[in-house]
Design a protein around this ligand. Structure first.
Ligand SMILES: *[C@@H]1O[C@H](CO)[C@@H](O)[C@H](O)[C@H]1NC(C)=O
Ligand SMILES: *[C@@H]1O[C@H](CO)[C@@H](O)[C@H](O)[C@H]1NC(C)=O
Length: 284
């Protein structure tokens, strides 16, 4: 086990391992807003969010997590979804919050969604990377995953890594590792910026817009008073806590970044005239 994990042991022993398989939305989530526009259906197996001119809707996890490997299947707003944003993210609270973001920016029928990602540590973000997808995210459910352990954050689509944010604390970059986060999701109107930079507005004659969720599956450490820990379980169960990208995964990551990445803050020299952020300059 590497030393950064050993240093975290006392922290992890305070928390407990929860494995949520074949998720039940009634058990793991609560609807937080939208006045009936968010619904849990099929005995907890399906959740839908909707958006109309009056309001969007949203939900959050009941638990807070400190590290996790979290999968969720989403089927995004089909047809003309221009102006809509489906946000799916992890976030802690307070003014120095941490956050790990997926945001799906809708588009006109047949035009590609943008998958927008960001990582905030201690209240500071500005680490956007954006992608097109190699599939139609509205035609069926696809799995979006976040691996968050003490060494790295990896974003995945259908098991393919699309982004890796490594722990660069040794070169002075804060990394989210001490504030527990909840899962949040919402569907809302952002036609002032979302589609082609705000040029294409939401067509309310197509409302309500609906996004669907299923198969929440998570291995996480949960903050609670229970006595078992992340390390109490078998090694195969907590392998995610030190998981890294093997060669094949790194190869996939390069494939996505070469063919589907449309924005990377790490190459935006105009935006950072004083020099790119340190994590971009490191070769690690
Ligand atoms: C929408 O489609 C246009 C035209 O293909 C494209 O430039 C844009 O990146 C797409 N996505 C969004 C969210 O604007
Ligand atoms: C991964 O790649 C490195 C260098 O490119 C190589 O030395 C190593 O053997 C590879 N590992 C596997 C499991 O293929």
């Amino acid at each position: 086990m590497d030393s950064s994990l050993l240093m975290l042991m006392p922290l992890l022993v305070l928390s407990s391992l929860i494995i949520s398989c074949c998720g039940n939305f009634h058990r793991d989530f609560e609807i937080t807003w939208g006045n009936g526009r968010a619904r849990i259906l099929n005995e907890g197996k399906l959740l839908t969010l909707s958006l109309d001119k009056a309001s969007g809707s949203g939900f959050q996890s009941k638990h807070e997590y400190l590290f996790g490997k979290i999968d969720m299947q989403l089927k995004l707003v089909p047809g003309n979804s221009a102006g809509t944003v489906t946000a799916y993210y992890l976030s802690s609270k307070g003014s120095a919050w941490d956050e790990i973001d997926f945001e799906f920016l809708g588009n006109l029928s047949g035009d590609p969604y943008i998958l927008h990602t960001n990582v905030f540590s201690h209240g500071k973000g500005n680490r956007e990377q954006q992608f097109y997808l190699w599939f139609d995210p509205t035609a069926d459910f696809h799995t979006y995953s976040i691996l968050w352990n003490p060494q790295r954050i990896v974003f995945y689509a259908d098991g393919t890594p699309i982004r890796e944010f490594k722990n660069s604390e040794p070169i002075g970059v804060p990394f989210p590792k001490s504030q527990p986060m909840r899962i949040y999701s919402s569907l809302w109107n952002a036609d002032d910026w979302a589609t082609r930079g705000g040029l294409v507005k939401t067509d309310w004659s197509k409302a309500p817009f609906t996004a669907s969720y299923r198969n929440f599956n998570a291995k996480t450490c949960v903050r609670s008073s229970r006595s078992s820990s992340c390390h109490g379980s078998s090694s195969s169960n907590d392998a995610w806590l030190s998981q890294e990208l093997d060669n094949a995964s790194q190869e996939r990551l390069r494939w996505v970044q070469k063919n589907y990445m449309i924005y990377n803050y790490c190459t935006d020299t105009k935006r950072f005239p004083q020099g790119l952020p340190p994590e971009c300059r490191s070769t690690s």
